[in-house]
Design a protein around this ligand. Structure first.
Ligand code: AMP
Ligand code: GLY
Length: 434
């Protein structure tokens, strides 16, 4: 197949790499890609959010499939544009991507579908939002309705913090239009995990579970980032929970969207909070009464979850993606290996605050079947590879056990270096503490 992958981060490198592992040989392109995707695909110099540019390329090159990585082009209607050209595209249309693009819309759909989630109310008026706070207790979560590059969620420990966050968004215009509406939401106690479901408009197949590490420092301290590492499977998602997640969370959303005239195709990513005697730490049960609640939905593969999940998939990945994109997904399309995988992000010093780019990276060469070095923010320069983003590399290890996978990832990472390189040393700690 001729396949275009849209995006230029670790997730897209993992997608392109996994496509290149298929037995069937594909012709793979990546727009815009990075120095890592260049090894498995042909980079095309078009920005991921350039809907017109990508549509034009697709019209001229007639790919068999376009796989859209990031949320921004999905929300902007890239898939709608490709479908209007008759080109199969993996990812939801804009009306479906609202599950990620508008937290208010996602709550409305969940409510209509009876999906367990935190209680929430939406406000455009700061005084009314503040007046509602006492009903939510503390901590309380304040969220911008729209896309805010992962920064639009404030977990407030005190009333003052909550009020400041409300003022920041509704009065100060901190996130512009994305923060013109805010949600005040019940704080959910428990352990988070990610379930990526592949959806074809009607049916869904769950990919293996995973867990992300959002904070910058060990022990889940410090500011939130795009994700500092992930592993799969996540033991918090015990096998007996999977039918509940599929039947009571994923499929009801897909059905509710259909009822609203939206065929959701692509990845429906459920960020879940699990709270029961087996999860750690645990606190009061959610008002929904459920031990598994939705924290958020994303309309795409997670990053860095993808770098840990895709190396565990067997079979023809291109066929699975094409089947989902064309409404023909079957359970057999997803084959999962028993191996575990863990990925560790190497970031630029200073990230998620300001950081420098253009630092030369050494130690990337050398083959090792048990590890894969995915590039997140790199570019080729003067015959070498330099840093070009906050998250630079995502180093994945595979093994018979999670411990082996983690050890292999760290051993590989130990041979890589660049000025200011930083990484967490405790990826998968929750699984090991169990
Ligand atoms: P989101 O952008 O919605 O994924 O939120 C970012 C992070 O904030 C999540 O990964 C959680 O760690 C935290 N968070 C969001 N909503 C809640 C909630 N209702 N209860 C507890 N933590 C939350
Ligand atoms: N790893 C979190 C996300 O992709 O949103």
């Amino acid at each position: 197949m001729k396949i275009l992958v849209v995006g230029g981060g670790g997730r897209e490198h993992a997608i392109a790499w996994r496509l290149a592992q298929d037995e069937e040989r594909h012709e793979i392109f990546c727009a815009p890609g990075n120095a890592g995707t260049a090894a498995v695909a042909k980079n095309v110099a078009i920005g991921a959010e350039d809907v017109d540019g990508i549509s034009k390329w697709a019209r001229e090159n007639s790919p068999d499939l376009v796989v859209v990585g990031p949320e921004a082009p999905l929300v902007k209607g890239l898939v709608d544009a490709l479908l209007s050209l008759g080109i199969p595209a993996f990812g939801p249309v804009a009306a479906g991507a609202r599950m990620e693009g508008s937290k208010r819309f996602a709550k409305e759909v969940m409510k209509a579908a009876g999906v367990p989630t935190g209680m929430a109310e939406t406000f455009t008026d700061a005084a009314k939002a503040k007046a509602a706070l006492p009903a939510f207790g503390l901590p309380v979560v304040i969220k911008a309705d729209g896309l805010a590059a992962g920064k639009g969620v404030i977990v407030a420990e005190t009333k003052e913090q909550a009020e400041a966050a409300i003022d920041d968004m509704l009065v100060g215009g901190r996130f512009g239009a994305a923060g013109a509406e805010v949600l005040v939401e019940e704080f959910l106690h428990g352990e988070e995990c990610s379930i990526l479901a592949m959806v074809d408009g009607e049916n869904a197949v769950l990919l293996p579970s995973s867990q992300d590490h959002k904070r910058i420092f060990d022990g889940d301290k410090g500011p939130n980032t795009g994700g500092m590492g992930a592993y799969s499977p996540a033991p918090v998602v015990t096998t007996d929970r999977l039918p509940f997640i599929k039947e009571k969370i994923i499929l009801p959303v897909v059905r509710e969207l259909r009822r609203r005239g939206v065929a959701y195709r692509g990845i429906l990513y459920a960020g879940l909070m699990v709270n029961d005697a087996d999860s750690n730490p645990h606190g009061p049960l959610a008002k929904s009464g459920s031990t598994v609640n939705v924290v958020e939905f994303n309309a795409r593969f997670g990053d860095p979850e993808t770098e840990a999940v895709l190396p565990r998939l067997g079979g023809s990945f291109a066929t699975a993606l094409l089947h989902a994109a064309t409404g023909a997904l079957r359970d057999e399309d997803i084959v999962v290996s028993d191996e575990a995988a863990a990925t560790v992000i190497a970031s630029s010093g200073g990230y998620p605050g300001s950081y420098e780019k253009g630092r030369s990276i050494s130690g990337l060469e050398g083959d090792d079947p048990n590890t894969i070095v995915f590039h997140c923010g790199t570019k080729a320069q003067d015959g070498g590879i330099v840093t070009s983003g906050g998250r630079v590399l995502s180093v994945t290890g595979r093994g018979a056990t999670l411990r082996e996978a983690v050890d292999r990832a760290y051993a590989r990472l130990g041979r890589i270096s660049f000025d200011g390189m930083f990484y967490r040393k405790d990826i998968a700690h929750r699984a090991f503490e169990r």
